[in-house]
Design a protein around this ligand. Sequence first.
Ligand code: SDX
Length: 377
Amino acid sequence: MKTDNTAPKGLEDVIIGSSTLTLIDGHAGTLSYRGYDISDLAENATFEETSYLLLYGDLPNVQELRELRQNLSDEREIPPQLVELLRGFPNDASPMDILRTSISALSIYDPDLHDYSPEAMLRRAIRILSKTTTMIAAYERIRNGTDVIPPRADLDHASNFLYMMRGDAPEPAVARIFDKCLVLHADHELNASTFAARVTASTLSDVYSAVTSAIGALKGPLHGGANEAVMEMLEEIKVPEKVEAYLKKAFSEKKRVMGFGHRVYKTIDPRAIILRALSKELATKNGGKEWFRISYKLEEIMRTEKKLSPNVDFYAASVYHMLGIPTYLFTPIFAASRVTGWTAHIMEQYTDNRLIRPRADYVGHHPRKYIPLAQRK
Ligand code: SDX
């Protein structure tokens, strides 16, 4: 039933609706949230300001930021029953599977789950944003056999996340870089996980169900799971001198080199430029030069041999590694930031909704009659 409006595979470049949140120019390699360029925000805004911008539409003033920080702080604890649920899981489960399950369980304790008013939606977005970091950190502590660390009211969102994961407050330089990483990952228009969230929200299902759909999509190695795959690649290569041989083998086996290429960017992802600088800064200051040198060598060869540029996941890997974050937490951290974008898109979907329900081009059997069981060979 091919018709003239059959979309290209993977819905490449198909516009499925309008949005006021994020603008990507794939040819110019630019990205902006609500009109603010990503490099401007990464340089000057905190993740809390960026979350306010995405959820409310403008950068907060002093009072609005104070209120947001208070709301995030008030919402940071998770129900004790959820902590017990986390304790019951095996210690070697995938943290993305645990996060997907925890978000689902969290919905059961939401006091106004089916209140779809804008005020309730914003309260819920902040609740999920705040509690997501606590759930990731709590499982990290439990799986390592250490005490769950309660949040501190005096730390901001990014620092509290690291504090609850590690048990000590991060150095200011580490906190600044980690906060920048959260700014860079907060939203990205209709990427696969955000689209999954919007499809779920378009049925008028609840926010937690939509975020659960998104987490499932983000986990995939073609999407948010790529950052963990990049680190595994860097650790397999070990030294810059082995990059060429690694890529030669990958090309001959037609393997995807994780962290490169993008559906929308036809030039380098602007976030990768910022993350490359952060990776170089950390390598110079904190040690770990090898990780940056291997990454940069990979980038050089992929650009010259394949005309492919790094995406957000590529340098995020060496940055998170040099911040001392275990590889298995890379994608959950991506989710902890992107939950801002997901909930902003979900709210936008609800305000001007129509069920998202595309068609398929049927290429199966022609019509045929039922054959009774006794007559089937
Ligand atoms: C994210 O959408 C978003 O905005 C996502 C994201 C966000 O912020 O939400 O930006 C985050 O998910 C970034 C992408 C992370 N994924 C990876 O790094 C996985 C590796 N990348 C690729 O698999 C690929 O580039 C995709 C999935 C990201 C995009 O794939 P497309 O647009 O479907 O492109 P394609 O698969 O059709 O590839 C076109 C050509 C192919 O060559 P031919 O088969 O036509 O000869 O480019 C080649 C591909 O083989 N190619 C690669 C490659 N990416 C594309 N070859 C080797 N290594 C790669 N990484």
